[in-house]
Ligand binder design. Sequence first.
Ligand code: NI
Length: 176
Amino acid sequence: MAVRPVLKMGEPLLRQVAAPVQRFDADLTALVADMNDTMRALTGAGLAAAQIGVSLRVVIFEVTSNPRYPDVAPIPYTVLVNPELTPIGDEQEEGWEGCLSVPGLRGLVPRFRKIRYRGCDIAGTAIDRTVEGFHARVVQHEVDHLDGILYPERMLDLRNFGFEDALRDQVRPMPD
Ligand code: NI
């Protein structure tokens, strides 16, 4: 287990469409352990395997209750392998996002308000959840990484993009 360097926007690997996981083996366990260590070391809300240089369809996410983010409901720690995502309804809402691959910046991004996501955990057991709000946003952000998409590409207006310290109170605090 190790904290690994996080690739930053501009690295070609972040643009790739990641390959499905075929084997639920010790390599996958080791990959997820490194992802977990890295996400926690950087206090991120989520991480995709590509961000530590492995182009496989694996994401992890977790939001614990945190006084820094009083508006954000907790999300249980989840390892999601080979995810599929389906919007529920057409409703979208804008919210501020950050990304460990785009350090220091925040942007206002539209996402589906409610989604269903399916996939499996590290043991291959099925996961099937219907979620909304920030949980839905985090999953959409992480699954985008698997298709080589970073959040600035989803933004509608680049005026709502800036450095966190410069935006200050214009941005509701959000985890990365
Ligand atoms: Ni990200």
